[in-house]
Design a protein around this ligand. Structure first.
Ligand code: SF4
Ligand code: SF4
Ligand code: FES
Length: 236
């Protein structure tokens, strides 16, 4: 038999299990560069069809397979198994209600996303063709628009674990900044009014877990800082 990989995976079906448990699996090393998602798919398809997890694109684009891998949040589909200490501990994103196994309830996270009204808002008349941006204005969106809303940052943020009902968390604040830096958006004042709140924005204590957790190498801490500076600037 070829090389085997050992995983221990969080299992919990709230309708049947009194409490969660960890289940160990052995999966063959299927190919060079094999990702953790390949191992989970192998478990589901060959060993235990009841294992439940979200995934779609398999390419780090859809953001649906965020999970906690050896204690660090990340996307299973772009995490190579080769670099991981074994057995690989696979758990759901922390601080979230588990629906089943690795699937967590993302409703509150997306409710918070809706709160920042994540769409272009304008008050000037719509131009005949398009709202133009200079290359420099477009470059302002770099490091913001790439966010895939996987939740890896927000669910690694202690401030969000403790105050998640009101603190928007790093992912949503990075998205808020995405609209603030968009030269075409004309709702900056209203957006800053909504963010200027002791809990919604200012619960970030710069612990920086979010930056370390982001699989797209984005920097939510810098985005939060940029929002705070915009609020300060308009006061002066
Ligand atoms: S820097 Fe702010 S948002 Fe990021 S993990 Fe720390 S407290 Fe949370
Ligand atoms: S900032 Fe990064 S970790 Fe956070 S939701 Fe967006 S892509 Fe995921
Ligand atoms: S499956 Fe889409 S990001 Fe991993």
């Amino acid at each position: 038999m070829g090389e085997m990989i050992r995983l221990t995976v969080f299992r919990y079906d709230p309708e049947r299990d009194a409490k969660p448990s960890m289940q160990t699996f052995e999966v063959p090393l299927l190919k060079p560069g094999m990702k953790l998602l390949d191992a989970l798919n192998h478990i589901k398809w060959e060993l235990d069809g009841t294992l439940t997890f979200r995934r779609s694109c398999g390419e780090g684009v859809c953001g649906s397979d965020g999970m906690n891998i050896n204690g660090v949040n990340g996307l299973a589909c772009i995490t190579p198994v080769a670099g991981l200490k074994q057995p690989i501990h696979v758990r759901p994103l922390p601080g979230m209600r588990v629906i089943r196994d690795l699937v967590v309830d993302m409703d509150h996270f997306f409710d918070q996303y809706r709160q920042i009204e994540p769409w272009l808002q304008t008050s000037t008349p719509t131009p005949e063709h398009e709202r133009l941006q200079t290359p420099e204005e477009r470059a302002e969106l770099d490091g913001q628009y790439e966010c895939i809303l996987c939740g890896c940052c927000t669910t690694s943020c202690p401030s969000w674990w403790w105050n998640g009902e009101r603190f928007l968390g790093p992912a949503v604040l990075l998205q808020a900044n995405r609209w603030l830096v968009d030269s075409r958006d004309e709702a900056t004042g209203k957006r800053l009014d909504q963010l200027e709140d002791a809990f919604r924005l200012y619960r970030c204590h710069q612990i920086m877990n979010c930056m370390d957790a982001c699989p797209k190498e984005l920097n939510p801490t810098a985005a939060i800082d940029s929002i705070k500076r915009k609020i300060l600037a308009r006061k002066s």
